[in-house]
Design a protein around this ligand. Structure first.
Ligand code: ZN
Length: 283
């Protein structure tokens, strides 16, 4: 009898194995100030320019201001498809006059340039800035988006559990959005997915194209299974003449939604897309 129970539990363990791996990874990535895509969300926007580069014009800033409700409106609509109500509020810094960064964003010599920028504003640390936001605003989740008036590859500084333990200042999660990428404007029709894509990273979403999160094989699986995923970005359009998707054509796909805990119906192929995602238990 004992043996049957043992075999039975081994069988259950085997059946749940893939799901456990995905769930562990999911739980590992849910840390920081943008913990879950739910509830009242505060997006703090900074208009930043860099020495030697032009400052933002008011027209450019207003184009970004139009991007904000569009991107977060899309997120709201997509979360609602999974039954999750969310709401966004904005707080803006540097709208009237740019904040000039003394250091270069995404400089390999200074990965913590945003901490320096916050210090420039008079806060001893990112945590002090977070605490002041918390005192003065009603929110469940918060993150900061730095809009930089120069060319670059936009990215997200999401945090995981170990990283928050090591570096308390990483608790406040940030995204860096550059005004131009390979000559294309952030507010161009084909690029307007970038803002919600980076925001989803902060809530734990993985990239679905080949890179840190995916192999060439798993990218292929993603393209087959969930071709409209916003986390695939524009990867399908790089070698093709067809026009890129515009934001409404993108989706929060079912894998990303599972990873963000928007639904709980695990499917086997989800494991393939989370294989490269690191946790404390994986190499
Ligand atoms: Zn990405």
């Amino acid at each position: 009898m004992k043996r049957i129970v043992f075999l039975f539990s081994m069988m259950i363990m085997f059946l749940c194995w893939g799901q456990n791996i995905v769930d562990n990874r999911l739980n590992f990535r849910t840390a920081g100030s943008a913990y879950r895509l739910k509830g009242k969300i505060l997006q703090v926007n900074f208009f930043v320019s860099c020495p030697g580069y032009p400052v933002w014009t008011m027209d450019q800033k207003n184009e970004i201001m139009e991007l904000l409700p569009e991107g977060t409106g899309w997120l709201k609509k997509e979360a609602a498809r999974y039954g999750q109500p969310i709401d966004f509020k904005f707080k803006n810094y540097g709208y009237k006059t740019d904040i000039i960064s003394n250091s270069t964003p995404h400089d390999v010599d200074n990965p913590f340039w945003q901490n320096d920028l916050i210090k420039q504003l008079g806060y001893p640390s990112m945590m002090d800035f977070y605490n002041e936001l918390k005192r003065n605003n009603d929110f469940d989740q918060v993150y900061v988006v730095f809009f930089i008036n120069r060319e670059g590859v936009s990215y997200a500084n999401l945090t995981d559990r170990d990283y928050v333990k090591e570096n308390k200042d990483s608790f406040l999660e940030t995204a860096i959005l550059f005004n131009q990428f390979e000559g294309k404007s952030l507010v161009g029709k084909g690029e307007r997915y970038t803002l919600p894509h980076e925001i989803l990273h902060l809530f734990g979403a993985l990239d679905l194209y080949e890179g840190d999160d995916q192999s060439a094989y798993s990218e292929d699986v993603a393209i087959q299974k969930i071709p409209n995923s916003i986390m695939l970005g524009s990867v399908r359009f790089l070698d093709e003449d067809e026009p890129q998707y515009e934001l409404p054509e993108y989706k929060i796909d079912e894998f990303t939604a599972y990873f963000l805990s928007l639904h709980h119906e695990y499917k086997k192929w989800y494991k393939t897309l989370s294989n490269k995602c690191k946790t404390e238990n994986s190499e």
